[in-house]
Structures are given as C-alpha cells and as structure tokens.
Design a protein around this ligand. Sequence first.
Ligand code: KIV
Length: 283
Amino acid sequence: MAKTKVNILDLQKKTDDSEPITMLTAYDYSSASLVDAAEIDMILVGDSLGMVVLGYDSTVPVTMEEMLHHCKAVARGAKRAFLVGDMPFMSYQAEIGEAVHNAGRFLKEGGMDSVKLEGGQEVVPAIEAILTAGIPVLGHIGLTPQSQSKLGGYRVQGRTAVSAAKLLEDALALESAGCFGIVLEAIPATVAQVISSHLHIPTIGIGAGAGCSGQVLVFHDVLGLYDRLQPRFVKEYAALRQTIIDAFVAFGSDVRSSQFPAQEHTYGMKAEEEVEFLGSLAE
Ligand code: KIV
C-alpha cells in the first residue's frame, strides 16, 4: 500500500484481495507516531485508554472530553493510518441526536476519520443516523467491554449455537446499516470465520482467530507495558515494562551517585563571561 493516507476504499480493497488489515490502538502523539512509522493501516483511539492510560477499572467511566483530548494528540502524531475514534459509554446509547452530535465531534474536534461503537441490532438506528451525517462507522460485536456488567464480566461470547447465530445476525445488520467494517472481540474462531465469510466488509478480530480480514491489539499489550492481567488473545511482542523500570532505576542510581548529569549534558558560559559573573559575586 502507498505511503499516502489510508482510506476506507483501501481497507475494502485489502479485504477483497484477501490481504490482512492491521490495526493497533494509540492514545497520544508519541504512540501514534510510532504506530504510523510501522505503517499499520488503522489506529484506534480506543476507550481502553480508560484502563491502560487513565487507570480506571473499566471503560465505563470514560467521557467524551477524555476521548477527544487523546484523539487530538493522536491526530497530530499519525499522518498515514486511517483513524478511528471510539465512542465512549453513554455517548450514543440514550438519544440518536446526541449520538450524531458526539460522532461529529470526533471528526470536527478530534481529527478522526471515523467512529466505532459497540453493539448489534440495537445500535443500528444510531449507526444509520451517524452515517447519514457522513461519518464512517466501525461496528463492534462479541465481547463489548462497555456492557461487561450486563455480560457478567469479560467473557468469550458466541460459544453456544444460539449466541453464535445471534452474532451472525448482528454482523449482517451492521453491514446492512452501512458500517465499513466490524470488530469481532473474544469469540470462537469458527464463529468469526463464518461471520467473515458472510460479509463483504472487513472484520477486524481481537481474540477471534485467524479467519478475520484483519487483527487489532492494544498498544500497551503488544509492548508489555500494562501491569494487570492479559487476556489469552494478547501476543506480547516486547516486554518494555521491565526495560523501562530498569532505565528509571539506572537514572535514580546515577543521580544519587552524581553520575548524571555528566559534562556532556551540561551547558557552559563563555570563559570571560563566567569570570566576570563569578568575579561580580566576590565584590
Ligand atoms: O477500546 C479498545 O481498545 C477496543 C479494542 C479492544 C478493539 O475497543
């Protein structure tokens, strides 16, 4: 794919050509520029930031203002990836007008290219209204963390024939509504494979096996930065938490032993200015 900005037609073409789509989350300028430099197709400013960046116990407390704050920083750091802003809990569920207004803020203020929202057939009216406003929508079914309380926790979904069939119905409804893609989270690989084969639009899996059109992971999980339990579906590509702690320990030790700052980290004055300055103190 060219180094120019990725758009929804590129994503659809990849799916049509059976070329896997890559997506990672990012939450600020630095993380976005790193993901962009790796030529990942899509960046999701996920409401997972509530847990991995803000330290909440779930994504439920995350607000629109918190999401927009992080989206703006990501938009400044990523120039190539297609950007998806995650609509937080209760920003789209209560009223359709409010859903459209909030979705619009992700593009107008947050600098995103699209929005993601969780849910199946029950969110179709909101999705249709957002699309009517000209805003691309990424769906999200399976384990939908904003409803984890209703689901009885962070559990794999679609493990029974009935619940798997419901996921397929939901996915078809989201495609008919006009979503440009759907995230499938924590569902059996067979179910994700069947859903993907029934759809024309891309499916982006997280804990949904290899049969999806693409894969997404959380930035902190990929880098081994998060200190809480990892789901089974995470593959850690680096263990940076310990590397970072080691660096900070070394900094602390250098400062305590006066090894830092050294000469090369220190600014000087012109010799005559220094003599004059120090001499003035002696007068
Ligand atoms: O918020 C998030 O990071 C997500 C991904 C796990 C898909 O929704």
